[in-house]
Every structure is written in structure tokens, then in C-alpha cells.
Design a protein around this ligand. Sequence first.
Ligand code: PPS
Length: 285
Amino acid sequence: MTGKLIWFEGIPFPRLDYSPEILSSLQESFIIKDEDVLLLTFPKSGTNWLIETVCLIYSKGDPKWVQSEPIWNRSPWVENKYGYELLKEKEGPRLISSHLPIQLFPKSFFNSKAKMIYLIRNPRDVFVSGYFFWRIAKFVEKPESLEEYFEWFIRGNMPFGSWFDHTRGWMSMRDKENFLILSYEEMKWDMRSAVEKICQFLGKKLEPEELDSVLRNSSFQAMKENNMSNYSLVKGLHLEENGHLLRKGVTGDWKNHFTVAQAEIFDKLFQEKMADLPQELFPWE
Ligand code: PPS
């Protein structure tokens, strides 16, 4: 994937709405405040699901906010021009989303008390989700085939670079009090416990009926029907008319797409790159 990308400090970004000037000033001078909450992911890990869930926790399960304001305004992406400008003007505690690798993140975060949730997902499912997404996105070069995309993914030659480097980088924060690692898989397998975990981390308390409403309104079906969260507002502009961000929403879809050879290459690479990290950080099979 080399077309329609810009490179900043060795990391590729989509050309649309990203610039080296912003990425550079972000790192040096964007101030993260102690009361901010940061939602960090490698692309296609369930970012929008996490954002929706946290917004619903903030509104105590009331869906009015998530149904009336686009998701990219509720928790703007700090690294794109649109989100950066919005966040600079925002008063009070902010929700901030980001796909940035740790080395490009605003330096002010590392001396702040701001809380960060890092959401991970089985990279094989991240790969499959990305393959289908980049084919419906209008702002990057589309992979011709799964084989071609496999090469891009393995080399980190795609927006935000290598999953392995991204994950290793952020995992180095795992012992910090203000850093929570959550997985797409645990959200999928037991969303009630995942929401309780997020609430505890953020110091939020929900009544049982409020928690039920968070679960209902953050479900795959509810989000797929919510025009403020399903990206239908940018269809035709940034996404193809027939494209869906909420594609399948399952774990283990990679088994339907990987060849045996690809699975073996991937396992070997995972071992090489991640073997020294505690394997319980990666809850998928
Ligand atoms: S992006 O473009 O990087 O911000 O995409 P991201 O939101 O990180 O990831 C998109 C995948 O998350 C799935 N998704 C969900 N799964 C389960 N439940 C809910 N509510 C939900 N919302 C989004 C979405 O379907 C994409 O995964 P795939 O595997 O492609 O379906």
C-alpha cells in the first residue's frame, strides 16, 4: 500500500486529513489534561465499539447523545486535522480517540494522570476486518487481493504501520495505574463484565438498568442501525456506497479467510515478535 499515503517518522498515514505539520505539533505541543480519557487502538480493533460504549457509560445508558452526535465529534481522533482542531477548542474533560503508535503520541500524556484504554484484538481478525474495510474506503489504495494485503500487513506497509510494533509499544505501559488493556474478545464474550471493568477504571457507577441500556445500545445491531455511529454519513464521500464499517462483528472470522500456509506464517511471526510478552495479554485462541 504505497499510493495515497504520507509518511511521518517512518509511519504511513492516509493522505486524507493527515499532515506532517499537525503530527509534529501534536507530539510537541498538544496538551493532554489529567481529566481526559483516551481510547487507543490499532485500526480495526473495535475502536468505534469502545467509543460508543464509553459514551453510553458517560450518559448513564441514555442513548440520546450517541443518537444525535456523530461518533467522530463525541470522541475526536486527535491525529487528523478535523479532530485536532475540534479537540483544541473543547472545554472540560474530553474523550479522545487515537490510532497513533506510542512514539508519536503527545508527550504531555506521559506526565499526566489522564486515563487510557488500549483495546486489542486478535491481529488475524484485525487483518481480515482491515482487508474488507480498505476495499470500501475511498481514501487509500485498495488491496487487489487478500494475498497482496497479507504482504502489506506483515510488513506494516499500511496506515499506522505494523500491528506488532504498535501493540508492543503500548503494552510497555501495562503496569501504569492510568492504563487499562481491554480486548475485543472479552467484550464479545462477556460485555457485561467488560463494561463493569471500564466503569471501575473510569470511576463511574451505573445502576443495573443503566448498565442494561449500555449493553443494549452498544450492541452490534444497535450500532449498525445508528446513523451517528455506522458511518453512513460519509458514504459516497469517504466510503463506497455499498460499504459498511460494521461488517460482521465476530471473533475468529480469520479462520474463514486464512490459508493453512498464511496461518503458519502468521503464527511464526507472532512468536518471533511477541514471545517475550506475557501470553495472558492475548486472550484469543
Ligand atoms: S476503525 O476504522 O479502525 O476505526 O475500525 P474499528 O472501529 O476499530 O473496527 C471495526 C470493527 O469493529 C467491529 N464492531 C463491532 N463488533 C461487535 N460489536 C459492535 N457493537 C461493533 N461495532 C464495531 C466492526 O464490525 C469491525 O469488525 P469486522 O470484523 O470488520 O466486522
